[in-house]
Design a protein around this ligand. Structure first.
Ligand code: SAH
Ligand code: SF4
Length: 360
């Protein structure tokens, strides 16, 4: 079988070349072709010796996940459904803005953590994505979207906020992050690459040591009682431990704040009283808040908080000098907004079936 070179970070690619009896600098040369030039065809890599190109064509390939469907929203948001085999598909979403282009990518087919308001969580977990499947989302999107007038890729920022919990697919996520950051690959600054986590505390500590990028933490509740219900992993890593991990992360983070994500669920976590409790909770963590209006999906009873409730909640945080933005809902006409990414997952936990049996 051919080796997919998108599966290798710089270190692994150098190892591959050494095994072939080639010099490690060839790996850097090849990375520039693959990522900076976006070139999938060895024959076009003209500064690489023809014999080596021939060898590579026989043993290796550059293959992103297969695109099953592309959808374009009225607001310019674009969504790709990518086949990751054995009946599973994941989604990647491109969100164009005036100052930047952001790609939101997935890390797992499904998710085991079963947050109560998340459609990915409702599908259960199937498997971790490989490095090629993670970085391949960026490779593919760059290939499709091309460059701006200055010759840079239109995608300037990457957020790991698609399907899955990136820190439960740690090794593959970090290899993909390294390719995003590597000067011979995409060369993005650490500030422009964000990992979003529901709060896997030991992995947050590892990430801080091994590959610190911007961090977003899905908070969603001001106390353990409610968070246990909304984000069940809280039972394992409760708020006190999570916030301590956030403070530790900031010692090495590329930004001097953590972004807290907070989904706004009507009558559940959106009262002024809860906003005040939240202010107290995070008082010793330098942070910004990003309020995400809940995005509905089939099989949910939650409702989105009203614009007034969101405004009142935001005012409480702002009065406490916490910078707070409300996420604009983008791409909801194509179900590309946060938490609506469903892909298509063979649920090993049979969660959907259990639920429908329970409901019958
Ligand atoms: N597993 C990671 C990253 C993927 S989810 C995490 O939980 O952080 C990305 C963000 O979308 C998280 O903040 C998540 O809580 C939020 N989200 C999930 N379902 C949502 C929904 N239905 N509406 C709005 N945001 C949602
Ligand atoms: Fe998984 Fe994140 Fe969805 Fe929770 S919100 S189920 S951690 S993808």
């Amino acid at each position: 079988m051919q080796q997919n070179l998108l599966d290798f970070d710089a270190h692994a690619l150098a190892g591959f070349f050494t095994e072939m009896g080639e010099k490690p600098f060839r790996a850097r040369q090849l990375m520039r072709w693959i990522y900076r030039a976006g070139e999938p065809d060895f024959a076009a890599m003209t500064d690489i010796a023809a014999t080596l190109r021939g060898k590579l064509a026989q043993t290796a390939c550059i293959t992103p996940p297969e695109v099953m469907r592309e959808e374009l929203s009225d607001d310019g948001t674009r969504k790709w459904l990518l086949n990751v085999g054995t009946g599973n598909a994941v989604e990647a979403v491109y969100i164009p803005e005036a100052e930047r282009g952001t790609l939101c990518i997935s890390s797992q087919a499904g998710c085991a953590l079963n947050c109560s308001f998340c459609s990915t969580g409702k599908q259960g977990f199937n498997r971790n994505l490989g490095v090629a499947e993670i970085i391949g989302q960026l490779w593919w999107a760059n290939h499709q979207l091309g460059r701006d007038a200055d010759g840079n890729w239109k995608i300037s920022n990457v957020v790991m906020m698609g399907m899955g919990e990136p820190l439960l697919n740690y090794a593959n996520t970090v290899s993909a992050l390294r390719l995003m950051l590597d000067d011979h690959a995409y060369g993005l600054s650490r500030r422009r690459v964000t990992v979003s986590t529901s709060g896997i505390v030991p992995a947050m500590d590892r990430l801080r040591e091994e590959c610190p990028v911007a961090l977003a933490v899905s908070l969603h509740a001001p106390n353990d009682r409610l968070r246990d219900e909304l984000v069940p992993i809280n039972q394992k890593y409760p708020l006190k431990e999570l916030l301590a991990a956030c403070r530790r992360y900031l010692e090495r983070a590329p930004r001097d704040f953590i972004t807290f994500e907070y989904v706004m669920l009507e009558g559940v976590n959106d009262s002024v009283k809860q906003a005040r409790e939240l202010v107290k909770l995070v008082h010793d963590v330098p942070c910004k808040f990003n309020l995400i209006p809940f995005n509905p999906f089939p099989q949910t009873d939650y409702r989105r908080s009203s614009p007034d409730a969101i405004q009142r909640f935001r005012d409480v945080l702002m009065q406490a000098d916490i910078v707070t933005t409300t996420r604009r809902t983008r791409g909801d006409d194509i179900a590309a907004a946060c938490g609506q990414l469903a892909g298509q997952v063979m649920d090993r936990t049979k969660r959907t079936q259990q639920r429908s049996i329970g409901a019958a």
